[in-house]
Ligand binder design. Structure first.
Ligand code: HEM
Length: 502
């Protein structure tokens, strides 16, 4: 009897102990999480968020920008979203975004550490770098792109050269249905190849095809649930299987491809005759070899080259895919663009940039495609580089910021029909009209570095395609304007028929 009593006591003690330890651990972790996620004084308000995960579960991963618009309606133009341990401040509306990115341009010019990006790219290069490295590299890249009489070809010449190959490839489809995705990707990527490597690749080159595939796959995987969880809990998710691991191995392969190209350049580099971006960079490295402050080095060269691909291929190519989709859905708009092309350019020569000034309708259509496609809906994340205040709220140095471009591109106070494709948004008395709320390239110190290049590409590709072909949807195929969420908002795969016009 005594024995039974004592073993019951032991059992009870053990049970209580295990339970107390568990209770202690839960209380400990909840308190630690509460302390970690406690917002600084006078910080923008945060909607109700759960312990550990914050607002992640409230975000709809298939359409985060739509979910954020709903939050803007409820919480106003500035609030905070807890993504795991990162408190992101979301700013919306033209005025607030201008106040932050332009009026306080220097202060909002930082980039935060996003674990998935940091794991792959550290803070090298153009997109993820900060401070001195970013300033040096941005200045260098802008002037190198601007003076692009590098080698013997001008930038426009490089794009026109690519256009000829691209139009040929489209013609080879002989009016039969095809998915334009890879054709567009390859020719847009080839323009970056021409700028960075000095030459284009043949479309059937297997190394080139693999490079394009890697970019395409990785940019979609970067917004997968597993990658987002990695951003929220890097130390735990790193140990688990999931598509974030594929992201790491893909970027490794891309870097090794670029390293080989850089090594090849070093072999026959002639500083007095730079052929491309890599040559110009090698010259810059040599010039600043004795400058202890210089950030021109091998890591930054590799990453800047990768960044030009990363930022310059997917964006333009996605916009062009949206452009063709809208033309299939709006044959009347396509016809009006073609009438303007026939009147201003004719059929006997390729379009040139000078034509744009005489083509207000086509220019308006391209702007409207960019507005409604909203391909970078929440901008590339920014961070404050020192303590500041905005709209009466205090933001400490290093606060991650998301400028909600969607809120401006679809603002009903700025656009007559925000959710309708309407080129009239950019026209006044038949002339092209600039709009302040047209922000697909963002604004401020970190505004898209390739804006001019992108605008040149979009105009030349779009007009050359519509000059030569009439685009029709294949019979009985349904087209959808629903967006696929990756690093950009892109259309779901669709097919087109390109019927030669002459
Ligand atoms: C339709 C095409 C494009 C769109 C919509 C677009 C949009 C953007 C946006 C929204 C940003 C973030 C700006 C910010 O942080 O506020 C950005 C940054 C950037 N873009 Fe583009 N972009 C396009 C094409 C290009 C092209 C062709 C290049 C190639 C040179 C390029 C290079 C860059 C770079 C290097 C950055 C980072 C700039 C920095 O951090 O200082 N982009 N772009």
């Amino acid at each position: 009897m005594e024995l039974r009593f004592s073993s019951a006591l032991t059992f009870l003690w053990e049970a209580v102990t295990v339970r107390s330890i568990l209770v202690f651990l839960v209380v400990f972790f909840l308190t630690a999480d509460y302390v970690k996620r406690r917002l600084p004084k006078n910080f923008p308000p945060r909607p109700f968020s759960l312990p550990f995960v914050g607002n992640i579960l409230q975000m709809n991963f298939t359409e985060p920008h739509v979910e954020i618009q709903k939050l803007v309606e409820r919480h106003g133009n500035i609030f905070c979203l807890q993504i795991g341990s990162l408190p992101f401040v979301v700013i919306s509306g033209l005025q607030m975004i201008r106040e932050a990115l332009v009026n306080q341009g220097e202060i909002f010019a930082g980039r935060p550490v996003i674990p998935l990006l940091f794991e792959n790219f550290k803070d090298f290069g153009l997109i993820q770098s900060n401070g001195h490295t970013w300033k040096q590299h941005r200045r260098f890249a802008l002037s190198t792109l601007r003076n692009f009489g590098l080698g013997k070809k001008s930038l426009e010449g490089r794009i026109q050269e690519e256009m000829r190959y691209f139009l040929e490839a489209v013609e080879e489809q002989r009016g039969q249905p095809f998915d334009p995705h890879y054709h567009i990707n390859k020719s847009v990527a080839n323009i970056i190849c021409s700028i960075t490597f000095g030459d284009r690749f043949e479309y059937h080159d297997s190394r080139f095809q693999e490079l394009i595939r890697l970019f395409d796959e990785t940019l979609l995987l970067e917004l997968s649930v597993s990658s987002q969880l990695f951003n929220a809990f890097p130390n735990i998710i790193r140990l688990l299987p999931g598509s974030h691991n594929q992201v790491f191995s893909n970027w490794k392969k891309v870097k090794s491809f670029l390293s080989e190209e850089i090594a090849r350049h070093r072999e026959d580099w002639n500083p007095s005759e730079p052929r491309d971006f890599i040559d110009a960079y090698l010259t810059e490295m040599q010039k600043s070899a004795d400058d202890a402050d210089s950030s021109f080095n091998q890591e930054n060269l590799l990453q800047s080259t990768l960044d030009l691909f990363l930022a310059g291929t997917e964006t333009t190519s996605t916009t062009l895919r949206w452009a063709l989709l809208h033309m299939l859905l709006k044959p009347d708009v396509q016809e009006k663009v073609q009438a303007e092309i026939d009147r201003v350019i004719g059929l006997s020569r390729l379009p040139v940039m000078e034509d744009r000034a005489n083509m207000p309708y086509t220019n308006a259509v391209i702007h409207e495609i960019q507005r409604i496609s909203n391909i970078v809906p929440l901008n590339v994340p920014r961070a404050t580089v020192c303590d500041t205040t905005i709209a009466g709220f205090s933001l400490p140095k290093g606060t991650p910021i998301s400028a909600n471009l969607t809120s401006v591109l679809f603002d009903k106070n700025e656009w007559e029909t925000p959710y309708e494709f309407n080129p009239e948004h950019f026209l006044e008395n038949g002339q092209f009209r600039k709009r302040e709320a047209f922000l697909p390239f963002s604004i401020g110190k970190r505004v898209c570095l390739g804006e001019q290049l992108a605008k040149t590409e979009l105009f030349l590709f779009f007009t050359s395609l519509l000059q030569k072909f009439e685009f029709q949807a294949p019979k009985n195929e349904k087209l959808s304007l629903k967006a696929r969420v990756g690093i950009t908002l892109s259309p779901f795969p669709y097919r087109i028929c390109a019927i030669p016009r002459y």
